[in-house]
Design a binder for this molecule. Sequence first.
Ligand SMILES: NC(=O)C1=CN([C@@H]2O[C@H](COP(=O)(O)OP(=O)(O)OC[C@H]3O[C@@H](n4cnc5c(N)ncnc54)[C@H](OP(=O)(O)O)[C@@H]3O)[C@@H](O)[C@H]2O)C=CC1
Ligand SMILES: N[C@@H](CC(=O)OP(=O)(O)O)C(=O)O
Length: 358
Amino acid sequence: MVATKKVGILGATGTVGQRFILLLADHPIFTIHALGASSRSAGKSYKDATKWKQSKPIPENVENMIVNECKSASFAECDVVFSGLDADVAGDIEMEFLKANLVVFSNAKNYRREPTVPLIVPTANSSHFDLIPHQRKIYGQDKGFLITNANCSTTGLVVPLKALQDAFGPLSHIIVHTQQAISGAGYPGVPSLDILDNVVPYISGEEEKIEWETGKILGAVNSDATGFDHLENTVVSATCTRVPVIDGHLESASIKFANQPAPSVEEIEKVLAAYTTEPQQLGCHSAPERAIIVNSLPDRPQPRLDRDLEKGQAVTVGRVRKCPVFDIKFTLLIHNTVLGAAGSSVLNAEIAVAKGLI
Ligand SMILES: NC(=O)C1=CN([C@@H]2O[C@H](COP(=O)(O)OP(=O)(O)OC[C@H]3O[C@@H](n4cnc5c(N)ncnc54)[C@H](OP(=O)(O)O)[C@@H]3O)[C@@H](O)[C@H]2O)C=CC1
Ligand SMILES: N[C@@H](CC(=O)OP(=O)(O)O)C(=O)O
């Protein structure tokens, strides 16, 4: 039985922060100890500071907690700090926390490309935790470290790609088209007059993130655990759109394998359904029973029907079929604020506890 760890949440009032609150309010090893947001929220009770948009109420043990400014001194007692900070401020704040020897799990994009910062999707590349001793050396910390999780659309894509890469060898080409929910843009996010009765075929910076992050995540830790071997021979092309769905990003991918002949549709479905991951083996509380759910109905996955399966921590894959241009194409669904954001951070922290890093 692991002793309870005190956790802090930065950006606690935002869309991702609210997910953290729900995932952590009744957690077996993490206890919410401190909340942080901007100076606009600091000093207020959580219920007065946030514009709560979740279908479940604010947990009773959190609603009257006082929100702090995001200074490490207010979080010094925390064993783990989760960050759902706006990217405009996450860079400086998270670095100040790391340098104060705190353990930080970030959702923000700022440090994902940093050579000594693991970019971890818990059901794809938890082996990247192996870099932590080196990161601690670089930043001169004995206890603290910084882990980022990926962009929400990247996260959905890499889980099935990792299963296929493990089974059939490298992928050479991937084309992906996303239909992303509005919760991905935070609150208040996309104006209603832009998104109702409409699709917006542009999300700033999103395509570049998917195209780059996939190579770091699917690459291996190098032989002396001091960096990552970014995949240079797997080319990704992404097109991202915003659609009028509240939660759940749908993505259609076409893939080509480096090794030919490519596996059949049946082989692919079998490998995806059988895929198991380290957090499941470690018995982590938030690990899904199935990291990938294969749905063979012709009109699935769908955001409203599939996003909450496995508590939002799985990727649902459907419509696996032959691609006349590449080898195989399929559609996937990820809950963008659970596995695509807060859920990844929480599961990453559970893995770190199980590995004895915290
Ligand atoms: N939404 C999603 O699906 C995903 C989001 N992300 C990333 O997670 C992060 C949070 O996103 P999201 O929750 O959607 O964003 P929101 O805009 O909903 O929330 C932003 C949070 O940052 C806080 N904040 C803003 N300015 C400051 C400041 N100067 N100092 C301290 N805190 C500040 C806000 O506090 P206050 O209320 O006081 O203003 C709020 O708590 C972003 O980096 C985003 O890119 C990653 C993957 C998916
Ligand atoms: N851009 C994503 C959410 C997000 O904030 O992504 P990132 O953490 O990569 O900036 C979306 O709109 O759905």
